[in-house]
Design a protein around this ligand. Structure first.
Ligand code: NAP
Length: 279
């Protein structure tokens, strides 16, 4: 391994650039404001929401926080989203997932105005990405593109394999790599001869949701490996979808877990809040 891709450093670099941009915007009287809605008190969600608020503070984005009780109805939540959609001082609306079971997640995501959809989950945002129009891009895959670019790794013309096809990681990841002129293959649970395909990858993105699933036999010598997975093992230690110890020696570059892809998601959320929809 020649390069350990440092997501902590790169995310800090991005947040510092955004902080500078916010200072310039504020000097011209322009503010940015993110509304974060959490329904219920899932402890993991509370940590994410707290980290998002902290990042807003650091970058200079205002944040509004709505902590709604578990028994909130879908109509009440839709009502709040409707109000926030029509507020001119609110640029971004984020509903922390997962929602309680009695609330239909699709209906909620669809209710957020696409021009405020800083998570990039609205069908209009997803459609815009797939046909190459300006729109918000889902934060984790957008962060991975930044990790690659800021580590000097070229994507154009490369054989890129994405392991996983979820709506929040795998699919938008494939679209973004395609937009960067990679040659993209998407693998999933029904893929045959998986290792033969992943071994072709110059850039392999693992978003399979299974601890240490990707072993050395999945990886070509000199490949770039991006590990999206986050898991906690029995001893409470974090690990990814990639078996780092056996895979790293074969790679040109690899992301660690923690400290790789993880910190990029919030950095890109801040980028969406500050920069808005870019062409
Ligand atoms: P997901 O919704 O569970 O999707 C997993 C994907 O992997 C599915 O497309 C599934 O295929 C595929 N898959 C499962 N088993 C497979 C197998 N044996 N062979 C080939 N493909 C297989 O997961 P996700 O939401 O995309 O997240 C993936 C990982 O990233 C998780 O560990 C998650 O915690 C992590 N994550 C991290 C961040 C971050 O760092 N900020 C953000 C989001 C997610 P099918 O479609 O056929 O079922």
């Amino acid at each position: 391994m020649e390069l350990l891709i440092d997501g902590k450093r790169i995310s800090r670099e991005i947040k510092d650039e955004l902080r500078e941009k916010m200072t310039e915007l504020k000097a011209r009287g322009v503010e940015r404001c993110l509304a974060v809605i959490q329904v219920g008190s899932d402890p993991a969600s509370s940590v994410y929401v707290r980290n998002k608020k902290k990042a807003c503070e650091y970058v200079g984005v205002k944040s509004l926080s709505y902590e709604m009780p578990e028994e909130t109805t879908e109509e009440e939540l839709l009502g709040l989203i409707g109000q926030l959609n029509s507020r001119e001082d609110v640029n971004g609306i984020l509903v922390q997932l997962p929602l309680p079971e009695h609330i239909n997640e699709d209906r909620i995501l669809l209710a957020i105005a696409p021009e405020k959809d800083v998570d990039g989950f609205h069908p209009v945002s997803v459609g815009s990405l797939s046909i190459g129009r300006p729109g918000y891009v889902s934060c984790t895959p957008a962060g991975i593109i930044q990790l690659l670019k800021r580590s000097g790794i070229e994507i154009e013309g490369k054989e890129c394999v994405v392991l996983g096809r979820s709506n929040i990681v795998g699919k938008p990841m494939a679209m973004l790599l395609l937009r960067e002129n990679g040659t993209v293959t998407v693998c999933h649970s029904r893929t045959r001869n998986l290792k033969e395909i992943t071994r072709r990858a110059d850039i392999l993105v693992a978003a399979v949701g299974k601890p240490r699933f990707v072993g050395a036999d999945f990886v070509k010598e000199g490949a770039v490996v991006i590990d999206v997975g986050i898991h906690r093992n029995a001893e409470g230690k974090l690990c990814g979808d990639v078996d780092f110890e056996s895979v790293a020696p074969k790679t040109y570059a690899i992301t660690p877990v923690p400290g790789g892809v993880g910190p990029m998601t919030i950095a890109m959320l801040m980028s969406n809040c500050v920069n808005g929809i870019e062409g």
